[in-house]
Design a protein around this ligand. Structure first.
Ligand SMILES: C[S@@+](CC[C@H](N)C(=O)[O-])C[C@H]1O[C@@H](n2cnc3c(N)ncnc32)[C@H](O)[C@@H]1O
Length: 303
């Protein structure tokens, strides 16, 4: 029977880096290899540095080689590990869920800033246990639960509802909530159909599908492995944003001085999205740039 020569951790990493660099599909071959090796060994990063001369078992070696082959075939690291970190939270991801992106953390940060500006609610942050007034927030199209769970991790006394029309995505989001022990209510349905017609929220946020179905980027990189229903929208990517922005006013509660809607969108959709906010009667409309300096989050308040 053919058996592969035994590899030490150090050699395994070097071999992996060489193969991923040659394949040329990742900007971070060294990091990818570290993560794949940690996953094959079920050990933390420190283990790789402490025991570079340690040999992999045949099983670990086989697993590691399978992962390298999948990575060189383009599978995203998050799918191979089954996990992606968002807002410091380890989230389970599957091919049914969008892999949470770092730029979406800006939406979380912006929502927290808006809530913090309200003196009444500021104590929520300083002394979560003593918060007297409950806020209620809605995350539409939650996927892995990323936004809702990030907000729940910061605002323990807040009622957070998260929706998706995909039952498979909701299952993963629910699992993530359980694993992280974060109280989020989940509801299935298309946008606001998932909640009661009379239900209102102090703040609504969404990272909906916003890519034009003809966008050539859809055939490149990690995005090829995201579910298309999480990515694309008709009307040059604006159809779902339009639905959300037009329907949001009847679900926003302005009595607490909040009444904010925040959406993530494409880098070239700022003007169109701002126009939709104006048409729907929002004020204080503003667009924020992401860390790559692309217009990414638009917000507006109903008064
Ligand atoms: C771009 S992903 C965002 C996922 C997650 N919020 C995040 O930021 O990582 C869009 C999500 O919207 C969901 N979605 C698409 N159309 C929807 C609809 N009509 N109603 C509710 N959810 C929808 C998809 O299933 C997907 O989970």
């Amino acid at each position: 029977m053919h058996s592969e020569p035994t590899l030490t951790l150090q050699h395994a990493r070097q071999q992996c880096e060489q193969q991923l660099t040659q394949a040329g599909l990742t900007d971070s071959p060294a990091l990818d290899c570290e993560l794949l090796l940690m996953h094959s060994l079920q050990q933390p990063r420190s283990y790789l540095y402490t025991w570079p001369e340690k040999p992999l078992t045949p099983f670990q070696q086989q697993q590691f080689h399978t992962l390298i082959a999948q990575r060189t075939a383009g599978h995203p690291i998050a799918h191979l590990l089954g996990e992606k970190e968002f807002w410091g939270l380890p989230l389970k991801v599957t091919p049914d869920t969008l892999i949470p992106r770092p730029e979406t953390e800006l939406l979380v940060e912006t929502a927290l800033n808006l809530l913090q500006k309200k003196p009444k609610f500021a104590e929520n942050f300083q002394n979560p246990q003593s918060c007297s007034q409950n806020l209620s927030l809605l995350d539409l199209g939650t996927g892995t639960g990323a936004i809702a769970l990030a907000l729940a991790s910061e605002l323990p006394n807040t009622q957070i509802t998260a929706t998706d029309f995909s039952p498979h995505a909701l299952q993963i989001a629910q699992l993530n909530a359980q694993r992280l022990n974060l109280p989020v209510q989940f509801a299935q349905g298309s946008w606001f159909e998932a909640v009661e017609a009379s239900q209102t929220f102090d703040l609504i946020c969404s990272n909906p599908p916003y890519i034009d179905p003809n966008d050539p980027h859809l055939t490149q990189g990690d995005v090829r492995f995201d579910p298309l229903t999480a990515l694309t929208a008709e009307k040059q990517g604006l159809a779902e944003l339009e639905t959300i922005i037009h329907q949001a006013p009847s679900h926003l509660n302005t009595e607490n001085g909040l009444g904010w809607l925040l959406v993530e969108h494409g880098y070239d959709q700022k003007e169109a999205v701002q126009h939709l906010f104006q048409q729907a009667g929002f004020h204080q409309i503003e667009t924020l740039n992401d860390y790559a300096d692309h217009p990414r989050i638009t917000l507006g308040q109903l008064s």
